[in-house]
Design a binder for this molecule. Structure first.
Ligand code: ZN
Ligand code: ZN
Ligand code: FE
Length: 761
């Protein structure tokens, strides 16, 4: 007879609302184990009695094949006193004050539910809200914890008897699936045109498809907000959408029913396919095939396009390719340019009524708005650009335990970050904190996260920029609650964010190549081409791009031609009419600019890398005015001749990086009619070259061999790939982002980690 033992097991992580208890239940029964499993406020507790070999099988399965949506962060196993249990059972949840557990993000429909969705024999055949413990809405419908149906927006829907019996059966795959629903008892869709409901149920879906097929613009209520949809193959529909949404050039995301349809337009690697099909179902940036039949208006002047697969049952029903349905739909956030994504019924109808021809609505309320996530594959791995649905509110594990901190993030692409224990909860994408609506959604989301994860910050962290709304929020709150607000330099936060993203535990220094468009410097200048030496607690600004004036601030950000002239001015190079930037500005504009530069009124100094790209793109004649942030650089990247290996010289003197010789050579190339493709390549190669040289200089001085790349400029894939390649060739260890964005969406994580170090000292 093998020995009989009793074990007590405690599991932390995402283990509730994901089918964990039924999994444990079946596993215990299969292995002849008695005892119980229960949810607690901090995870799942299990007690088991059985033979040693049976217990071993149980534990190995627990560790190696837990439910699809779960995420085990820690397991503690202790031997305990034997009790005489007669069976194995699931016992009632226990709540402990102040305890919390992570909450599952919203995940895509699973294969089992998808099969049922298209099975005419199934009672949920073509039901757009089919879900189970392995899939469906979570974060966007949860109002409070513990995660139970009454605390979600499913509360108003009374379960029918059949759903109730599935819900109560531990062996059913819908056991305790809180959003469980069926055509008899769950949410329903309806189609509204001119404020009238014209169709319901399947009919509403069929008529919506017809609207898209005939070139109309459809607003669809989804999981975390509204989308605006139209036929991506219909040029005039896409044009209409651009005009009505007031979005001139920024690319639209596209949705297709299957990978094979996407392959008609883009070439996909194995990793890209995996990412597209992952349960997070993000928008993945993919390389366009050189010939494709999509409207050029979808992503003007770009070589990449963002695609995603359907992630809700409703999407599958809409995109189903039968009956000449368009292959690819535009699926862009339902908002007017720059506003947060619409998610409440009546507000959304108001907000979008001038854009959409019809509204495909449903009656399940969205509690938290969550945009689609955007990502791409770099070096074979996930490289997030917008971390939102499917990822938030999954916490990042911090390198060590941290106090309860709220870091309020940056101004653009804002996220905030709340920490406790060894968790950093980075919020979903909030957006650009420039308007009132976004500020409100920022404050609401902070309250919600603090409540869900039972966090009461004792420290605030924010950007050094006094006028960022996120900084103002922190300053006011710090005053009100008499707690410290630690203001953190923007590029130091980028560096720390990259360290935390890579689980960098130690206090060793690294080289941070922090390149972005804008960040408030300790000297009041606008920084952005920064080479730092630092760790979580401190940094030194070892090199930076030489300052140039930024006349008029924002206006020059929108008009790269002005930035080009400002660079030329700084290096005392002529505003020669044969330079495209000069020619693109009228005489009057140039006179105004000249007087601004001479008088130095409202011309802050900047070391911005983003503005250096703008200036270069304008001098090459690529873009003189932009409609969205980074447009000139993105268009330049798309033009690169990848075979070109020449580069322009850049001077490094003391702690300054001086691009004057680069501009001199660039202008010579331009006058000699060197192709834009070659100039674009040479410019990129120059940045790669000097970045590597600088790292070599620092290594000689200090022995530091690790380099972190962070900041929005590293969204440029050619620059990123080539820099990594070159640095690795020089035997540097290179860290890039994999969990949070390299842009300002990752700033809050860095702020929180830096603030945690301040408090320990
Ligand atoms: Zn499912
Ligand atoms: Zn039902
Ligand atoms: Fe930044």
């Amino acid at each position: 007879m093998p020995e009989v033992k009793a074990l007590k097991i405690h599991i932390k992580g995402i283990v509730q609302g994901v089918g964990f208890r039924p999994f444990v239940y079946s596993l215990a029964i299969q292995n002849n184990l008695n005892g119980w499993v229960q949810n607690t406020s901090s995870g799942v507790d299990i007690e088991l009695v059985g033979s040693t070999p049976d217990l071993e099988v149980f534990i190995s399965a627990l560790k190696n094949s837990p439910p699809h949506l779960s995420r085990i962060d820690s397991i503690s196993i202790d031997e305990t006193e034997k009790q005489s249990y007669k069976k194995f059972e699931i016992i009632k949840s226990q709540s402990q004050a102040g305890e919390f557990i992570p909450i599952s993000p919203d995940y895509s429909i699973c294969d089992d539910c998808l099969r049922e969705l298209f099975d005419p024999q199934d009672r949920r055949f073509r039901y757009p809200f089919i879900n189970c413990t392995n899939c469906g809405p979570r974060f966007s419908i949860i109002k409070d914890i513990p995660y139970d149906r009454p605390k979600t927006t499913m509360a108003p829907f009374q379960m029918c008897d059949r759903c109730q019996s599935e819900y109560s059966n531990p062996l059913d795959r819908r056991y305790h699936a809180q959003p469980i629903a069926c055509p008899d008892c769950g949410p329903q869709v309806s189609l509204m045109v001119n404020n009238q409901i014209i169709a319901k149920g399947n009919d509403a879906i069929q008529q919506s498809r017809k609207m898209v097929r005939t070139g109309k613009i459809l607003a669809t209520k989804g999981l975390g907000g509204f989308h605006l949809a139209c036929d991506a193959g219909n040029h005039s529909a896409v044009e209409n959408l651009r005009t009505r949404k007031k979005r001139s050039d920024k690319p639209f995301a596209l949705m297709a029913f299957s990978i094979s349809l996407i392959e008609n337009y883009c070439s996909l690697s194995g990793e890209e396919k995996k990412l597209l099909e992952s349960k997070e179902k993000p928008i993945v940036l993919l390389k366009l095939k050189s010939t494709n039949e999509l409207s050029p208006l979808l992503a003007p002047a770009q070589k990449h396009l963002g695609f995603l697969l359907p992630y809700t049952p409703l999407h599958y029903l809409l995109l189903d390719p039968v009956d000449e349905n368009p292959e690819v739909w535009v699926m862009t956030s339902g908002n007017l340019s720059e506003e947060p994504i619409a998610y409440k019924d009546s507000e959304s109808i108001n907000q979008l009524s001038n854009i959409a021809d019809g509204f495909l609505m449903h009656d399940r309320e969205i509690f938290m708005r969550v945009d689609d996530s955007v990502t791409r594959i770099v070096q074979g791995k996930n490289y997030p650009i917008r971390r939102s649905r499917g990822y938030a509110p999954n916490p990042i594990i911090t390198p060590s335990n941290v106090p309860q901190i709220l870091a309020t993030g940056a101004e653009l692409k804002n996220t905030f970050c709340l920490t406790r224990d060894n968790y950093a909860f980075i919020s979903h994408h909030i957006g650009d904190l420039e308007n009132y609506e976004t500020l409100i959604s920022f404050e609401e989301a902070i309250n919600h996260y603090e409540n869900l994860f039972r966090i009461k910050p004792s420290i605030l962290a924010s950007d050094l920029h006094p006028d960022y709304l996120a900084t103002r929020y922190a300053t006011q709150r710090a005053n009100l609650e008499s707690i410290p607000n630690i203001q953190i330099q923007h590029h130091h936060a980028h560096l720390a964010s990259c360290l935390a993203d890579n689980h960098w535990k130690v206090d060793d220094f690294v080289i941070g190549l922090c390149y972005d468009g804008t960040g408030f410097g300790t000297d009041g200048a606008i920084w952005g081409g920064e080479v730092l030496i630092g760790n979580y607690s401190q940094y030194q600004r070892r090199f930076h791009l030489k300052y140039v004036p930024l006349p008029g601030g924002d206006i020059t950000v929108r008009i790269p031609a002005r930035m080009a002239l400002s660079h030329l001015w700084e290096y005392q190079l002529d505003w020669d009419y044969s330079i495209p930037s000069v020619a693109s500005l009228c005489m009057e504009d140039r006179t105004v600019l000249e007087s601004q530069l001479k008088s130095k009124i409202n011309t802050p100094n900047t070391s911005s890398m983003g503005r250096l790209f703008d200036a270069a793109a304008s001098i090459m004649g690529i873009k003189h005015r932009v409609n969205y942030e980074g447009q000139a650089a993105i268009e330049m990247e798309a033009l690169i001749d990848e075979k070109e290996s020449k580069f322009y010289p850049i001077e490094i003197e003391n702690n300054l990086i001086n691009p004057k010789p680069l501009f001199e050579s660039l202008i010579i190339d331009q006058q000699n009619n060197v192709s834009i493709n070659k100039m674009a390549a040479r410019f990129h190669n120059s940045i790669v070259q000097y970045s590597t040289n600088i790292c070599i200089i620092i290594r000689k001085e200090s022995g530091i061999n690790s380099v972190a790349l962070s900041g929005g400029v590293w969204q440029n894939k050619v620059l990123l790939d080539n820099t990594i390649k070159k640095l690795k060739k020089e035997r540097f260890d290179v860290m890039i982002h994999h969990n949070v964005p390299t842009n300002d969406g990752g700033i809050s994580l860095g702020q929180a980690l830096i603030a945690s170090k301040f408090t320990i000292k």
